[in-house]
Design a protein around this ligand. Structure first.
Ligand code: ADE
Ligand code: ZN
Length: 334
């Protein structure tokens, strides 16, 4: 089964590029930029990755991101992620980046976007991996600040497919960002958002009805509300579920209690993703492997999850069909 999972073609739809920052690379870039970090070694830094909740994690994640300063840093970070995609049979990825984490400390928007998008082009050429970028607004900041980020993004519109909403969920409901989402949609960006990771089902309703999102990041708490479950199914919207993230951030006590299989059985369209793999103990394949073991998922269910990852990607129909045909060929012969 492990080999089956490793070899099956898949897409990853929920990944924060800043969350792929492994301690080894973080130390290397810190040294290059002459920045001192409050940890003596890679091991000591890794030991700090113990979290009680989302905020606990975010505090250390934003700290780590401060090391990123130059276009080369963003390129190296992103290209390193693609190298991991290549060995995991990830054929397509939709990458979130948080411009405000960087612009807030004086790094120019174009430094961030140029570094990341050059790595995306190189990955297409070197590995044949396609990708889209999702510019995420930080929900702990104001809507006015999100509007400023939207403005900064406009010269790079051709490089950005969608917008997202991430960071501290509780106390920062989707309604806080209704106007900036409306304006972003007018600019041609596809709206996506984290919802129902720690926030309750009413945050998911708001994300659907006010932000008009095309996909839900996490969405675990949809299970609190049967009417909401039916609405998500009726709208044919997928959830980008992140099992190891949910375990690390105590959204679920352990993977055996993870609602993924229940979601599938209810008819929800679910995908498997790594969220912030450097911090949560595993890349996307490790997420598939551990949740398969915990919930005793069948090969057909693994195939269904991989199929959802292409079907509910932002790829156009032609590319979805191409990827799904290859995937189905794999399923039929293994
Ligand atoms: N930013 C990075 N990872 C996140 C997560 N799991 N939830 C909210 N914001 C995030
Ligand atoms: Zn996330």
């Amino acid at each position: 089964m492990k080999q089956y999972i490793e070899n099956i073609p898949k897409a990853e739809l929920h990944i924060h590029i800043e969350g792929t920052f492994e301690p080894e690379l973080l130390f290397k870039i810190a040294k290059r930029n002459n920045i001192s970090i409050p940890f003596k070694s890679v091991d000591e830094l890794r030991k700090a990755y113990e979290f009680d909740c989302l905020q606990d994690f975010l505090d250390i994640y934003y700290q780590g991101a401060k090391v990123l300063q130059t276009e080369e840093d963003f390129y190296d970070l992103t290209y390193t992620y693609f190298e991991k995609c290549a060995v995991q049979n990830v054929k397509h990825t939709e990458i979130m980046f948080d411009p405000q984490t960087h612009t807030e400390r004086g790094v120019a928007f174009d430094t961030v976007i140029n570094g990341i998008s050059k790595a995306c082009e190189a990955a297409q050429n070197n590995f044949g991996i396609s990708s889209f970028l999702i510019m995420s607004y930080l929900r702990h900041m104001t809507e006015e600040e999100a509007f400023e980020t939207l403005k900064q993004s406009l010269p790079y519109k051709d490089k950005i497919k969608a917008i997202g909403l991430d960071s501290s969920e509780k106390g920062n409901p989707p309604s806080k960002f209704q106007k900036v989402f409306e304006a972003s949609i007018k600019e041609g960006y596809i709206p996506l958002a984290h919802a129902g990771e720690e926030g309750d089902a009413d945050y998911i309703w708001e994300a659907l009805d006010l932000l008009k999102i095309a996909r839900i990041d996490h969405g675990n708490n949809a299970l609190q509300d049967p009417e909401l479950i039916q609405e998500i199914i009726n709208r044919d919207i997928a959830l980008t579920v992140c099992p190891l993230s949910n375990k690390a951030l105590q959204v679920v006590p352990d993977l055996k209690n993870h609602p993924l299989k229940k979601m599938m059985d209810l008819g929800l369209k679910v995908t498997i993703n790594s969220d912030d793999p450097a911090y949560f103990g595993g890349q996307v394949n490790q997420n598939y492997i551990e949740i398969q073991e915990a919930l005793d998922l069948t090969k057909r269910e693994i195939y269904q999850l991989a199929a959802n990852s292409f079907q509910y990607s932002l790829l156009d129909e032609k590319d979805k069909v191409k990827n799904l045909q290859i995937l189905t060929g794999y399923f039929q012969t293994h």
